[in-house]
Design a protein around this ligand. Structure first.
Ligand code: GDP
Ligand code: MG
Length: 437
């Protein structure tokens, strides 16, 4: 990862009290190259590293963390600050709140509309209405209707009407009559920036005066994403950005460049085709993604008092080599339990953060997990793939849990390993920064 590259570049500094001019120069070059490889625009990467350099010079190196780790932290803090520091949520106060969705064809607008409706319904107790504003492809209406029925959200459409502005206006009337407090208007996109498309969305904007215009962009499209964002923003003056397809092989550098270029907050990130894979955009997490790591530095800092750095390194190595097993899991849980909020700390281990988001890690759940791991044989702990149906039955009996609990735990553990694997899979070498994960 970039963090490893930085730490490597600073090895020679061991023993020195400060990060020096000479050492910083080569590292800064390294960071710049890495950022460009991660789809960050060159000019932005240059400005960025100049700032990092200023900050790094003269920083006192404390014994607890190596200069390399300190450098990682400086870079991460700068990334976070460039992306706006904190999350920015959609303003849901107006009733009804009108949200207009815009972006190129295939960027993920319709999928996002469904996810957003689901998010607002389940997390914000809203009653959304989805509006099928893509009038050019009959399949687009079906697609939205399928999404709507999956999440139990109404969809407004007029299959015969070829006027998207009218449809949007009629939908608002219906929403007011039916008590929908959020209206999400999905629109048609084109393969490239196109005058007809822009005019249509601009006309809808003028007619319905939305509180939010969310520009949806495929994060895999790199620098193109930035140019598209600029074109849409010039025309629509949108209020926020949605980055989709972050589940793919992308480092997320586009997030940095888009924010810098159009100076609009990124509000959501979409990470899969399933409807519950939408998340508010957290600059901190994106910075970690760009760096290709969990928050190793913070973990190291906080863990120092409890267990030594060597152990953390050993764990990290195991994760990187896909050898994380139940023994490691148990050991980590025990170490971490002593240190405060389980969830926070787990979230800092590379690869685990995303996976544990939905796992119940209250103390009770923790006891259950420990009991299940204790009921495994040493072979099973060291080789989780061994654990088949009959072994699960035995583990359930032994731990006093039922088979559903065991199955669920196995599934979560497997997801965690998948997550670690996908972090490790990012190919090495040739693609520079992308290959450093
Ligand atoms: P639209 O043309 O902008 O409405 O785009 P769609 O919502 O129809 O999405 C285009 C394709 O991308 C579909 O196959 C979606 O399933 C897929 N898609 C959308 N969002 C995501 C995402 O976050 N991750 C992945 N992997 N696929 C996505
Ligand atoms: Mg669509």
């Amino acid at each position: 990862s970039l963090s490893e590259r930085l730490e490597g570049a600073f090895k020679q500094l061991k023993g020195e009290g400060r990060i020096s001019d000479i050492n910083v120069a080569s590292t800064v070059k390294e960071i710049r190259r890495a950022l460009v490889d991660a789809d960050v625009n060159y000019k932005i990467a240059k400005e960025f590293t100049d700032r990092v350099k200023d900050k790094a010079l003269g920083e006192k190196v404390i014994t607890a963390i190596s200069p390399g780790q300190l450098m990682v932290k400086i870079v991460k803090d700068e990334l976070v600050s460039l992306m706006g520091n904190t999350e920015v949520e959609v303003d849901l106060k107006p009733n009804p709140t009108i949200i207009l969705i815009a972006g190129l064809q295939g960027s993920g607008k319709t999928t996002f509309s469904g996810k957003l409706a689901n998010f607002l319904k389940t997390k914000k107790a809203k009653k959304p209405l989805l509006v099928a504003g893509d009038i050019y492809r009959p399949a687009a209406i079906d697609q939205l209707q399928v999404l709507g029925s999956q999440i139990g959200v109404e969809v407004y459409s007029e299959p015969e009407n070829k006027n998207a502005v009218e449809i949007a206006q009629n939908a608002i009337k219906q929403a007011k009559a039916n008590g929908n407090n959020v209206i999400i208007i999905d629109t048609a996109g084109r393969l490239a920036v196109d005058e007809v498309m822009m005019t249509e969305v601009a006309n809808i904007k003028a007619a319905v005066n939305p509180q939010e215009i969310l520009f949806v962009v495929d994060s895999m499209t790199g620098q193109d994403a930035v140019n598209t964002a600029k074109a849409f923003n010039d025309r629509l003056d949108f209020s926020g950005v949605v980055l989709t397809k972050l589940d793919g092989d992308t480092r997320g550098g586009a997030a940095l460049t888009i924010k810098y270029t159009v100076n609009k907050p990124i509000k959501f990130v979409s990470m899969g085709e399933k409807l519950d894979t939408l998340d508010v955009f957290y600059p901190e997490r994106m910075a970690q993604r760009i760096l290709g790591m969990g928050d190793i530095t913070t973990l190291v800092e906080r863990a120092q008092a409890q267990f030594d750095e060597e152990q953390a390194k050993k764990l990290e190595k195991k994760i990187r080599q896909n050898q994380f097993d139940f023994d490691d899991f148990k050991e980590q849980l025990q170490q971490i339990k002593k240190m405060g909020s389980l969830k926070d700390l787990l979230g800092m281990i590379p690869g685990i953060g995303k996976a544990v988001k939905d796992i119940d890690i209250s103390d009770d759940a923790f006891k259950g997990i420990e009991a299940m791991i204790n009921s495994m044989t040493p072979e099973e702990r060291g080789n989780p793939d061994l654990i088949n149906g009959s072994r699960r039955q035995r583990i359930a009996k032994g731990s006093g849990k039922n088979i559903t609990d065991v199955n669920q735990f196995m599934k979560q553990f497997d997801q965690m390993r998948q997550m670690m694997k996908s972090m490790n899979k990012i190919p090495g070498g040739a693609r520079g920064f992308k290959g450093l994960g």
